[in-house]
Design a protein around this ligand. Structure first.
Ligand code: BES
Ligand code: ZN
Ligand code: ZN
Length: 483
């Protein structure tokens, strides 16, 4: 969907104008419309402009937030698309609150994101998404800066949509090599390298391979690289993404109910690929490295068994007590590789991993906040702030060393699940922390298990993958003035 900035003169006559209203304002536009949140009214054409209008309620002025606008705009856009509308418009100067240009940007982005359809396996989407959104600006200066902002929003949201496509691929159509093919299309601005099963064996990635063993689909350890034209000598930010293309649980097999949702267990990988897709367009000033271990977790005849002991790339030995805790196994080797890889180009400035790691994360935070666990307060804080401003919220959980006993093994250096059911998300974080090549490098682990997809879709968002991580990282770079 196209986002276009136009001037008052360019007001598109064939587009439906979205008009936002707070509840109970003195001059209610019509008696039949009160402006309650969720309320919509298709109203008459406005004199002079000749365009049909949709009035959209925002609820009370006091309770207004960016989230209220995101939801109202997205739901209205989905509703209109469902009615066969192709073009919509927003008039900056018609915004009923403060910061009209900022509100227009938030609404435009939310509308753009609401129009995603998973069409990879269909010739056509069953319903048509909107074709374009026109943002009508009051003067030439505003129009110019709005055009630049809309271009940036489109680049970010292209990344979100790529992340969604990757995450939404079913297990049969999205094996590791398919994900590699998608990443390769990001070249030449993004360089990709792939370590196959043999290369991983040679390096000693015993933890990653212990998961890959159970599937006939060849695993792939994907490395992405983006270097800015200037500033190439800065230390890189390394992004690590869990890429389990389907998680059956392995020999510790999962129950059948909702197992199909485990095609989304590559959402961390999807986010990293989406971030590089965004970077390719927006050219941030900081080098980025992506480390994406891709494998399926299946209970084949060669699969790892509960009780198996493996040696990770770092040398730390792991007792695999549960083959369904496979994400932390593949991340163990990926995190260590990330730390070591980057020592060749200078220590990484930071390592950020994204993973659909623990069901316990949904018990702790539900689907409103993703969990963040970090060894560095400043990094955690800036990610939290980025999340707050784009709506991909993060809540920090502790990594106190007293939790270490949860993952102590009697037969190896660590075990991959905690004893009992205590602090599942933290135990996973403590496990990952063991595999940092250098604990003084700022690291943040984002557990996106409950926020990476939404089977039904709500608040105007499509069903399936949310594409979480791309907008968050964009916001993070922007706050550092790296975009
Ligand atoms: N991919 C799952 C985590 C998950 C579960 C994400 C549900 C989203 C929804 C992960 O590999 C897993 O199975 N974790 C286990 C760990 C347990 C065995 C310690 C879990 O959370 O149950
Ligand atoms: Zn699992
Ligand atoms: Zn998993």
């Amino acid at each position: 969907m196209k986002l276009v900035a136009v001037g008052e003169r360019g007001f598109p006559k064939d587009a439906v104008a979205l008009e936002f209203h707070f509840q109970r304002q003195e001059s209610s536009p019509t008696a039949a419309f009160s402006g309650k949140a969720g309320e919509r009214l298709i109203a008459a054409r406005r004199a002079g402009h000749g365009t049909p209008r949709t009035l959209v309620g925002l609820g009370s002025r006091e309770k207004y937030s960016a989230d209220v606008l995101r939801k109202a705009a997205a739901e209205a856009a989905r509703d209109l698309a469902g009615r066969g509308v192709r073009k919509v418009s927003l008039e900056v100067s018609a915004w009923p609150g403060p910061h009209p240009a900022e509100a227009a940007r938030i609404a435009a982005e939310s509308i753009r994101l609401s129009q995603y359809r998973y069409t990879v396996n269909r010739d056509k989407s069953p319903d048509h998404p909107l074709e374009s959104l026109f943002v009508v600006c009051p003067n030439a200066r505003e129009q110019k800066s709005m055009a630049a902002d809309l271009a940036e929003i489109s680049a970010v949201d292209d990344g979100v949509d790529i992340a969604r496509d990757v995450s939404n691929l079913p297990g049969n159509l999205g094996p590791p090599m398919k994900i590699v093919q998608i990443a390769r299309k990001l070249g030449p601005a993004v360089r990709t390298r792939v370590l196959d099963r043999k290369a991983c064996e040679r390096l000693g990635m015993g933890a990653f391979l212990a998961v890959a063993k159970g599937s006939h689909a060849p695993p792939a350890f994907l490395v992405l690289e983006y270097r800015p034209r200037s500033g190439a000598r800065r230390r890189p930010i390394v992004l690590v993404g869990k890429g389990v293309t389907f998680d059956s649980g392995g020999i510790s097999i999962k129950p059948a109910d909702k197992m199909e949702e485990m095609k989304h267990d590559k959402s961390g990988a999807a986010a990293v690929i989406g971030i590089f897709a965004m970077a390719r367009q927006l050219k941030p000033r900081v080098p980025l490295i992506g480390v994406v271990p891709l494998t399926e977790n299946l209970p084949g005849g060669n699969a790892s068994r509960p009780g198996d002991i493996v040696r990770s790339l770092s040398g730390v030995t792991i007792e695999i007590k549960n083959t369904d805790a496979e994400g932390r196994l593949i991340l163990a080797d990926a995190l260590y590789y990330a730390g070591r890889f980057a020592t060749r180009s200078g220590k990484p400035e930071a390592i950020i991993d994204l993973a659909t790691l623990t069901g316990a994360c949904s018990i702790a935070l539900g689907d409103v906040y993703a969990a963040i666990l970090s060894n560095n307060d400043a990094l955690a804080r800036s990610l939290e702030l980025a999340g707050e401003s784009c709506g991909e919220r993060l809540w920090r959980l502790p990594l106190h060393e007293a939790y270490e006993r949860l993952i102590k093994s009697t037969v190896a250096d660590v075990q991959n699940i905690p004893e009992g059911r205590l602090a599942g998300t933290i135990a996973a974080g403590m496990f990952l922390k063991k595999f940092l090549a250098d604990d003084s490098v700022p690291w943040a682990h984002l557990d996106i298990a409950a926020t990476a997809w939404d089977a039904k879709g709500r608040d105007g968002r499509p069903a399936g993958s949310t594409g979480i991580g791309v907008r968050l990282f964009h916001e993070f770079l922007k706050a550092r003035a790296d975009i």
